[in-house]
Ligand binder design. Structure first.
Ligand SMILES: [Zn+2]
Length: 153
């Protein structure tokens, strides 16, 4: 499966010329858990192999950068649009599933924590109001911090 994450405002990749920059100021990542599938899909979108971003040591961070038009094209060709939370699941080595929903509130945006699908709100709620267990509370906050760090990387 091939994925795209939400568009964000970012500095365009270095191989984009000055003239093309405005088209690339909003961009996203094209990624997959299968590197070969990713290259084939990218080539069919018209991307060059030199545009593959593979400088990061974690193979799960390998990706191509897409501008808004290429993102639309990718989705029309079967790439799945995922949330930033789902990207975090991918980066932590998890399988992206089709929004099973938070066990507590059925929100489609989910994290996998302690053997269950949950959302940020319910996880924070659990940490603040339900868990009298300090170790469990620390574990929840640590998990949330890790997710945020991965999204910022
Ligand atoms: Zn929830």
């Amino acid at each position: 499966m091939i994925y795209v994450d939400p568009l964000i405002t970012a500095t365009p990749p270095s191989y984009i010329s000055e003239d093309e920059r405005p088209d690339w100021e909003r961009s996203c990542h094209l990624f997959s858990s299968n590197e070969q599938d990713l290259h084939i899909f990218a080539r069919r979108l018209g991307l060059k192999r030199e545009q593959f971003q593979n400088k990061k040591p974690n193979p799960l961070q390998w990706h191509y950068v897409l501008n808004p038009n290429l993102r639309k094209k990718a989705i029309s060709r079967g790439a799945m649009a995922v949330t930033s939370e789902q990207l975090a699941i991918h980066l932590s080595g998890g399988e992206i599933t089709l929004n099973p929903g938070c066990e507590a509130c059925r929100t489609p945006v989910v994290l996998f924590f302690g053997g269950a699908w949950t959302c940020y709100n319910c996880l924070i709620h659990k940490a603040i109001y339900q868990d009298r267990d300090d170790v469990e509370r620390d574990r929840i906050y640590k998990f949330i911090d890790e997710q945020k760090r991965m999204l910022a990387a």
